[in-house]
Design a protein around this ligand. Structure first.
Ligand code: ACO
Length: 428
């Protein structure tokens, strides 16, 4: 007989089914709780709440496991290309050679963005944060492609939206940066692969194309794969919840980009470098900053340390640390900010405060270091994360729609005043 959970309320016992996932993850299905008992659950931050069943990503924070569609992240990061992983996440299986070529070709053919987009770009002030610009431009794509506005229209239309998103986000990202600097934009070039094309749009010189540095493009490919999905995190849950109202995919992804922007989520990679620069400007006294992070009366936290789910180690951080070491040694980078990063890592990994709380460098700690080493401007770091996370957001949104998920609408426990009568303004 399958397991049940019993909850006793007001002297009455109610039974709820236990759901078991393919990796033996267990959940109490309380979807009938309110109807049966009148109670709801209270779980701020959803720390104990499964919002959905999902066949996309398996993550075990205790054992440091991360798999996309069953494939270990370590194998994908070493052997696959980012678009191969994107295909896997979105369509459920690794592509055959022909499927991958078709997918890559389709994406390559859609990398241009409408010239009218430049009018929008011009309207942003110089120095506009590229995350704000990217979120705005992604949602505005829905107005250029109105057929996308009904997500239930047909499979072909949806697929074209998926291709357009994957193709255009790197162009939009690079153009957002170029416009913020008031530099001329660089158009996508079909001779490059996905990663190289982005690097060219960022770094092409006035006189010549970007000369692809294989160390840089490999590191970027790895970084994008490591970011490609992470099950029901803040931005992915946002994408699902926006999409659950049947808002179109562009609108849902734009909301995901906004959710990612915060320093407690994707914005942490930018915050890491800003923190390291602040420490350097303050004279490089690392002990002082470690003490600040440990002081409960000080709001300062060591950015790039800690994770909601990984409390032992983040398997992505292990891969990325190696990539960071490779990039720094191959490029012969000598950067005092990166030296501070290394010292902080060394001290914190041994410090009892961090060890006891399971606070290890997360993926953002090392990704910030790699981005800096390969010349990506600091304000673009979170945009890089968004480019990486895009296939995961799309896959999760598509799964949500295919599973006919109900509109996301949590309950609350009201703690405000009881009913009271309106008082005329003169009498207040
Ligand atoms: N520096 C110092 N202390 C920390 C840090 C940190 N970076 N992170 C957590 N702690 C401490 C908390 O003060 C708390 O201590 P206490 O038990 O003595 O009160 C304990 O560790 C647990 O912290 P919580 O905030 O409860 O952990 P939670 O799981 O809610 O938060 C989070 C995780 C948001 C990632 C947090 O560790 C943090 O703010 N880290 C810095 C920001 C960061 O790097 N974010 C990127 C996350 S990865 C990503 O989104 C891709």
């Amino acid at each position: 007989m399958s397991e049940v959970a019993k909850i006793t309320l007001d002297g009455e016992t109610h039974e709820f089914p236990v759901v078991v996932g393919t990796e033996n993850e267990k959940a109490i299905d309380i979807s009938k709780l309110r109807g049966t008992t009148g109670y709801v659950t209270l779980d701020p931050g959803f720390k104990n709440t499964g919002s959905t069943k999902s066949a996309i990503t398996f993550l075990n924070g205790e054992d440091g496991i991360l798999r996309y569609r069953g494939y270990p992240i370590e194998q994908l990061a070493e052997k696959a290309s980012f678009l191969e992983v994107a295909y896997l996440l979105i369509y459920g299986e690794l592509p055959t050679k022909i499927q991958l070529e078709t997918f890559e070709n389709e994406i390559t053919r859609h990398t241009l963005v409408h010239e009218d987009m430049k009018t929008l770009l011009r309207a942003f002030p110089a120095g506009a944060h590229p995350m704000g610009v990217a979120a705005s431009l992604i949602v505005s794509l829905s107005t250029f492609y109105p057929e996308s506005q009904d997500p239930n229209r047909n499979k072909e239309a949806l697929n074209l939206t998926i291709i357009r998103l994957l193709a255009k986000l790197p162009t939009i990202a690079a153009w957002a940066y170029k416009f913020s600097k008031r530099h001329p934009v660089v158009y996508p070039k079909n001779k490059y692969n996905y990663v190289e094309n982005f690097l060219n749009m960022m770094f092409q010189l006035p006189t010549e194309d970007y000369e692809v540095n294989p160390i840089v493009s490999k590191a970027l490919n790895t970084l994008l794969i490591l970011h490609a999905d992470h099950e029901q995190n803040c931005s992915t849950s946002t994408v699902r919840i926006v999409g659950s109202s049947h808002a179109n995919l562009y609108a849902s992804i734009s909301a995901g980009i906004s959710a990612l922007w915060g320093p407690l989520h994707g914005g942490a990679n930018q915050a890491v470098i800003e923190m390291l620069e602040a420490i350097k400007a303050d004279g490089g006294n690392i002990d002082k900053w470690i003490a600040k992070a440990k002081d409960k009366n000080d709001p300062f936290r060591l950015m790039g340390f800690g994770h909601r789910v990984y409390k032992n180690f983040d398997p992505r951080a292990t891969i990325i640390k190696k990539a960071a070491d490779d990039v720094l040694s191959s490029l012969g980078i000598d950067d005092p900010v990166l030296d501070i990063a290394k010292q902080i890592e060394e001290i914190a990994l041994k410090d009892e405060y961090f060890v006891k709380r399971g606070l290890y460098p997360n993926v953002d700690f090392y990704s910030g270091i790699i981005y800096r080493a390969i010349g990506i401007p600091t304000e673009m770091f979170t945009v890089m994360f968004a480019i990486g996370r895009l296939p995961g957001w799309i896959a999760q949104w598509k799964e949500m729609l295919e599973d006919k998920a109900p509109i996301g609408r949590p309950r609350q426990i009201y703690t405000g005043p009881n009913k009271r009568d309106y008082v005329e303004i003169e009498k207040r």
